[in-house]
Ligand binder design. Structure first.
Ligand code: HEM
Length: 400
């Protein structure tokens, strides 16, 4: 029997029950029922994993945490466990953060991104053309080939660097970040980025983000080599590990739902809502982290200064209190206030590029293929760290 003074709140028992780990197979393979239960029964839970953190799952909470950078700071990192180096401007708070965004927003504005349309389409066509339609992996053979090359070209890497860059960033995304392979990947990536920046400083500038960083100033002072390297590292992560998952998810959905494919072909204006719906539905940055700068009571829990908080972006984007039928991709969903690109000061700087990459990737695939379907649903595979990357989906098809 309970006696006076016993803790009668349900949460501690539920904390133990869930003890959430975003890097466990449950969270990577089939998290949706678990998150639904957490949103309902224990919207902010405590986990003992990785030294302890809070996990927030509801749409409204996720939005308010992301907007409240004063209490939920990015300056101590945005992953759990932390990356072995600092990304700029993700790992900083306003006001300094604003100066970095003033540098990065203009070259990734909708107008600038539209200039890339011609070569993006060429690239997508090339990789659709090369598919062996009797059996291909839509992620590995098409989506990653195309979408990663788009990002690398906008950033300014050579296409030949794709494998090394993907390897280093993949190790850092999914490993525990303190082990030998993470530290090696971090050192090699750092050296590679630093060499590229030095080399570009001695060469003619090009129309890309590396050239922008070489000459960049923040508040009147040139970027230091370390600062430029940290921005470049973040752009590389953002470019390589996000858009591909949203595009691959779209193609898997359309393979399973030919009626939606037919609707898109009949009415291309549907792309205006469909692209953001695929971003909501996949939310490739499934989690992001913050650190408390003050003691705050939140959803009845006592968060203390220094506590880590993991924010469930994909859980929020499947919250039934905000989205009707959240587990269905409704191509005409409107309004669609998803949080897939983040909220507040750190909202994704690459969102316009991502949208255009996804749309062209779908259009060119549909243009070339009369039919396509998944050949083995059990072979669809995700990998995870904070993100949830769709990395394999076997298909077959017929060309037009
Ligand atoms: C579907 C594709 C994408 C998704 C879902 C996505 C998602 C996100 C999210 C959720 C954030 C906020 C992180 C935070 O609050 O800490 C973010 C920030 C960022 N993203 Fe993306 N992203 C995508 C594509 C890209 C691309 C293609 C690039 C690079 C060209 C990029 C570069 C960045 C950068 C630099 C930031 C940091 C902005 C800041 O801290 O102010 N992203 N992204």
């Amino acid at each position: 029997l309970l006696v006076w003074g016993d803790d009668v709140s349900a949460e501690p028992a539920l904390d133990e029950l869930f003890n959430y780990d975003h890097r466990s197979s449950k969270a990577i393979v089939s998290p949706f029922d678990l998150w639904k239960q957490m949103r309902r029964e224990c919207p902010v839970s405590h986990s003992d994993a990785y030294g302890g953190f809070w996990f927030t799952t509801r749409y409204d909470d996720v939005k308010s945490v992301l907007a409240d950078w004063q209490n939920f700071s990015s300056a101590q990192g945005a992953t759990i466990p932390n990356m072995p180096f600092r990304f700029l401007p993700q790992h900083m708070d306003p006001p300094l953060h604003r100066s970095y965004r003033a540098l990065l927003n203009p070259p990734l504005s909708p107008r600038e991104v539209r200039r890339f349309e011609g070569w993006m389409r060429e690239l997508a066509r090339k990789y659709v053309r090369e598919l062996d339609v009797d059996g291909f992996d839509v992620c590995q053979d098409y989506v990653y080939q195309y979408a990663q090359r788009v990002a690398l070209r906008v950033i300014g890497f050579d296409a030949g660097d794709i494998e090394r860059l993907y390897h280093w960033t993949e190790v850092l995304a999914i490993s525990d970040r303190q082990d030998e392979s993470s530290l090696r990947a971090s050192a090699e990536l750092g050296q590679f980025l630093s060499d590229i920046l030095v080399q570009r400083a001695a060469e003619e500038r090009r129309d890309d983000l590396i050239s922008l960083l070489v000459d960049a100033e923040i508040d009147g002072a040139p970027l230091t080599a370390e600062q430029a390297q940290s921005v470049l590292a973040l752009l590389t992560f953002g470019g390589l590990h996000t858009t591909s998952t949203a595009l691959a998810t779209a193609l898997v959905w359309l393979a399973d739902h030919p009626e939606d494919r037919a609707r898109l072909e009949r009415d291309p204006s549907l792309y205006d809502t469909a692209i953001d719906e695929f971003v909501r539905f996949s939310s490739p940055v499934a989690h992001i982290a913050r650190t408390m700068t003050a003691d705050v009571e939140f959803e009845g829990r006592e968060l203390k200064e220094g506590d880590k908080v993991l924010i469930g972006i994909l859980s929020a984007d499947r919250d039934e209190t905000e989205f009707a039928d959240p587990d269905i991709a409704q191509l005409d969903r409107s309004p669609n206030r998803h949080v897939g690109f983040g909220v507040g000061p750190h909202r994704c700087v690459g969102a316009h590029l991502a949208r255009q990459t996804i749309q062209i990737g779908i259009e060119e695939f549909l243009q070339a293929m009369a039919k396509f379907s998944i050949t083995d649903h059990h072979a669809i595979r995700f990998t995870g760290g904070e993100g949830r990357d769709l990395v394999n989906a076997p298909m077959k098809g017929t060309r037009r």
